[in-house]
Design a protein around this ligand. Structure first.
Ligand code: FEO
Length: 171
């Protein structure tokens, strides 16, 4: 059985993951509108991943007999200066998501809620992977220093990476 505090935090995390999905969906739209079709594809896939993150918490919460809540969401930003600023925003957002997961881990540890603590381990590993992924993309984009050809090459690479990530997740 979940404590009131942990239930509130799990519902808060559902909102964070839901918002992440909408944020990446909106960014995919910006990329499409600016002819970065590889990045758009990559971000559409990533928006789906975030919905999966949300659903895992939703299911876990309901499985404990508590009620998961569907949040009302704010509209994500839809204007960006450049492809680099899109990915810098994502990296910063993922660091924020890591901080919310860490806070949940701290709360469950202090409450001796070992079931939820065990459930959260997947998210701890996932956040490490996501921060690493987006930090790498930002670093590569900085290396090309605004070169259109360089950015288009990275954009093409991201389209391939979306396919690879989908394939590895369905194995
Ligand atoms: Fe579900 Fe990208 O954090």
């Amino acid at each position: 059985m979940l404590s009131t505090e942990i239930l509130a935090k799990l519902n808060g995390q559902i909102e964070v993951e839901f918002y992440s999905s909408n944020l990446y969906l909106q960014m995919a739209s910006w990329c499409e509108a600016h002819s970065y079709t590889g990045s758009a594809k990559f971000l559409l896939e990533h928006a789906d991943e975030e919905m999966d993150h949300m659903r895992r918490i939703f299911t876990y919460t309901n499985d404990t007999g508590a009620q998961a809540l569907v949040p009302g969401l704010e509209q994500p930003p839809y204007e960006y200066d450049s492809l680099l600023s899109v990915f810098e925003t994502i990296y910063k957002h993922e660091c924020y998501v890591t901080s919310t997961i860490n806070e949940l881990v701290t709360t469950t540890t202090e409450a001796n809620d070992y079931s939820t603590l065990n459930f959260l381990q997947w998210y701890v590993a996932e956040q490490h992977e996501e921060e690493h992924l987006f930090m790498g993309i930002v670093e590569r984009m900085k290396m090309v220093d605004g070169s259109k050809i360089g950015l288009l090459m990275i954009d093409k690479e991201l389209a391939g990476s979306a396919v690879e990530r989908t394939a590895s997740q369905t194995k």
